[in-house]
Design a protein around this ligand. Structure first.
Ligand code: C2E
Ligand code: MG
Ligand code: MG
Length: 755
């Protein structure tokens, strides 16, 4: 964010602008100052001119008054003749009282001889010198003797350094002319007296006659170049010989009149200009900083916005499922928390539903994930047809969805759930397929089935489990009992793991007997678990919990390994040991390395795969059709025999079985139990036996307890039997005895009679 020096708004540019501004301001200021000075000058000039006018008027008045006095004196002399010297001297004395600056006043005869003279008291005065030039004016004096006018001689410099000015007045005129009155005054004294003190201080005065400066004398050096501002000329006797009076302002006058304004304006203005320049510089810099700040603020704003967007995106990613666009587990939890926080405001029943597609995995595995994904995307759309806008749908994971709905009462909620299940009935058209899926739903009511989101989800899940177990395509409402069942399941699961670690499981074997000769042709390996608290846990129970909680893999591996180990022991004793049937649960089959693991195990114990019978349930045949068929075929191909356990209780038909490499069908105990009495069971069992035989499969009857059942089974051409009638499941030692010929059922009944 640094600016280059030449970039607009750089400090250098700000400085240049400020400098420019300073120059302009200083120039303007100087012009203003000049204007003020000029104005002051012209005011001064006006003032000087005015003063000069006053002086001129004063001087003229004074001089003419003196001239009149001279003329009166000359007239009296003419009248009295040149005899009354005393009278004249008196008169001169009177005159000099008023005009003390007169240097000398004298009377000359016609031939210009000085007759009388009255001097001032000044010792260095020299009347003769002053009057001496009279002779130069002979002609002019003759003329005034005729005309009666007066004459002003040119100034004369006395030895004491003063100029004097002499007036000549004729005494008598024409024929009566008797002489001349000469009156001389000292120019500096006269100036001093005639120019008022007031003006003299303020003014500078220079008097010239022709080109000679007669006042002041000697002329001060600075007078020559002095700018004289006003003046006038005086030609008293009208002979064209003028005296110039020039005026200027004295220093003291100048000080008195000069205003400090221009200087103040100059300095003040300069200071203000400088200040303005500094302010401009600072303002530009501040503006630049403000701009830089604004830019960085804008960038910051953009960054914040970008970050907010990124956060929103992150938030979206964190809280939403990219496939369906629905809130994911995190998003759902957050949303549901808000709903719960606001729930007290709403009247009605709030329910959280756990929705899970039945057998989605099969669709996924058999038709591919892409199709499965498409189906998952269709689910929210289908749900929207029965839900309202305020209901919530989120994806919990896989094929599990969370639905939250508020309805006036539980009946309405349950009606909604039924509608949800029905909405799936007409299937989904995806690509070229028409998929039919059902779902199971678990419901948890707030607050009875949980006051927190976590509890509600868990309990709805528990209810879902119940719904699944109850046969799918239905719903279940969470109850307290379910909670304790769930708790029990959890405890049991934990105990199973512990028991596996502690080697508490055993494997027992139940003989499978040929119905032809009651010989021992097979053994079914069955798990037994004595809990460390001392009781026997029913295998159906722990197997189910192990399947539900994912520990069945380990448990199944244990059973298989133990059974194979025992078989390898028996093999050492008898050349042809009976086949070993091992129960395999769906979760084991689903493991990708199931076949490989089994092969490795058999190989390590040198067991012929033909000795192994894998007991699977009908369910395995139905789910994940393609894969399981491939897997079973592979196992069959390496020689193992596939047995369908508990046949008849599930969904599959015998016809369906022909698609699989099945060797043996085990008729469920449920049909065998009442075989002797129940006609229906007889019909089913007979059908199973005959169809299986037609399909090249063998049959085993499970749970044979009575001799009556034996006879009937033999009549149906059932191949083998298994049940307490022959032997309960026993441990490996007991089996060892049987292998040595000690068959416990040998003595129990007579083979022949039973036939
Ligand atoms: P199953 O595979 O159908 O096993 C036969 C069950 O019937 C055994 O119960 C056996 O004790 C019982 N039984 C046999 N003859 C009679 C009879 O005459 N009367 C009566 N009432 N019952 C008889 P068990 O051992 O309790 O096993 C229950 C189920 O647990 C088995 O049913 C099987 O599905 C499962 N199971 C047992 N061991 C394993 C195992 O190692 N792995 C797997 N995946 N499942 C196993
Ligand atoms: Mg079995
Ligand atoms: Mg069975």
């Amino acid at each position: 964010m640094t600016d280059s020096p030449s970039a607009p708004g750089s400090p250098r540019l700000a400085f240049l602008l400020a400098l420019l501004m300073l120059t302009a301001a200083l120039a303007t200021n100087f012009l203003f100052y000049r204007g003020l000075v000029d104005a002051q000058d012209s005011a001064l000039e006006r003032h000087v001119r005015q003063l000069a006018d006053y002086v001129r008027a004063d001087m003229l008045a004074g001089v003419f008054e003196q001239i009149q006095a001279h003329q009166r004196m000359a007239a009296r002399l003419s009248y009295h003749g040149l005899d009354d010297q005393a009278g004249w001297r008196r008169e001169v004395g009177m005159f000099k009282l008023h005009h003390a600056y007169y240097h000398a006043i004298g009377v000359l005869d016609k031939d210009l001889h000085l007759l009388w003279v009255e001097r001032t008291g000044q010792p260095n005065g020299d009347a003769e010198l002053a009057f001496a030039p009279a002779r130069q004016y002979g002609d002019s004096l003759e003329m005034i003797a005729q005309s009666g006018d007066f004459l002003v001689a040119r100034p004369v410099l006395l030895p004491d350094g003063r100029f004097t000015l002499t007036f000549y007045h004729p005494i008598g005129q024409g024929d009566e002319h008797a002489g001349f009155l000469a009156a001389t005054f000292s120019v500096p004294d006269a100036v001093e007296r005639m120019v008022s003190d007031m003006f003299r201080d303020e003014l500078k005065l220079r008097v010239r006659s022709r080109d000679t400066v007669i006042f002041p004398h000697p002329e001060p050096p600075d007078y020559q170049d002095y700018e004289w501002r006003a003046g006038f000329s005086l030609d008293l006797d009208g002979d064209g010989d003028e005296m110039q009076f020039e005026f200027g302002m004295s220093e003291s006058g100048r000080v008195q009149y000069a205003s400090a304004l221009p200087v103040v304006a100059l300095f003040g203005g300069s200071a203000v200009s400088l200040l303005l320049a500094i302010i401009t510089f600072l303002a530009l810099n501040t503006a630049r900083h403000a701009r830089v700040l604004a830019t960085s603020n804008r960038r910051l704003g953009e960054e914040v916005r970008e970050r907010e967007l990124a956060e929103q995106e992150m938030e979206m990613l964190v809280t939403h499922d990219p496939l369906t666009g629905l809130p994911n587990r995190t998003g759902s939890t957050r949303y549901l928390k808000r709903i719960l926080a606001d729930s007290h405001q709403v009247q009605g029943q709030l329910a959280l539903m756990f929705f899970d597609l039945d057998q989605f995995k099969d669709i996924n595995d058999s038709l591919g994930h892409q199709l499965g994904d498409q189906l998952l995307c269709e689910i929210p759309r289908r749900l929207a047809t029965v839900l309202n806008e305020r209901d919530f749908v989120g994806r919990h994971g896989g094929d599990e969805f969370l639905i939250a709905a508020m309805r006036p009462n539980r009946e309405d909620i349950e009606r909604l759930v039924i509608n949800i299940l029905r909405s799936l009935d007409h299937g989904f058209a995806i690509d070229d397929h028409r998929l039919f899926v059902s779902a199971s739903i678990g419901i948890a009511y707030f607050p009875e089935s949980g006051e927190t989101v976590a509890d509600l989800i868990q309990n709805a899940d528990t209810a879902l489990f119940k719904a699944k177990n109850a046969g799918r395509n239905q719903f279940a409402v969470f109850t307290r009992e379910m909670f304790s069942q769930a708790q029990h399941r959890l405890n049991l699961s934990r105990d199973i793991r512990h028991a596996l670690d502690a080697d508490q499981f055993r494997v027992v074997y139940q003989p499978i007997v040929s119905l032809k000769d009651f010989s021992l042709i097979g053994l079914e390996a069955l798990l037994r678990w004595e809990h460390e608290k001392g009781y026997q846990v029913p295998s159906q129970e722990f197997i189910r919990v192990a399947e539900e909680t994912g520990v069945i893999g380990r448990l199944g591996d244990f059973a298989m390994e133990r059974a194979v180990a025992d078989l390898s022991e028996w093999k050492k004793q008898v050349a042809h040991p009976p086949g070993l049937a091992v129960n395999i649960s769906g979760a084991q089959i689903r493991e990708s390395d199931f076949a490989e693991k089994l092969s490795v195990l058999l190989h390590s114990y040198s067991i012929d795969p033909a000795l192994i019978h894998l007991e699977i349930t009908e369910e395995i045949l139905i789910e994940n059709l393609m894969r399981n068929r491939r897997l079973l075929k592979k196992l069959h191909d390496i020689g193992m025999r596939i047995v369908v356990d508990d046949f008849g209780v599930g969904y599959s038909s015998l016809a369906y079985l022909k698609n699989f490499p099945i060797s043996v069908v085990k008729i469920d105990r449920g049909f065998v139990q009442d075989l002797a009495q129940d006609k229906e069971d007889q019909a089913i069992t007979r059908t199973i036996c005959s169809l299986a035989s037609d399909l090249g499969m063998q049959t085993v009857a499970e749970g044979v307890e009575q001799v009556d059942q034996l006879a009937m089974l033999r009549s149906f051409r059932c191949d083998f039997a298994q049940g307490f009638l022959f032997s309960k499941p026993v441990d490996a030692d007991e089996i060892q005895k049987m292998l040595q010929g000690e068959l416990p059922w040998r003595n129990k009944f007579d083979i022949e009679t039973s036939i």
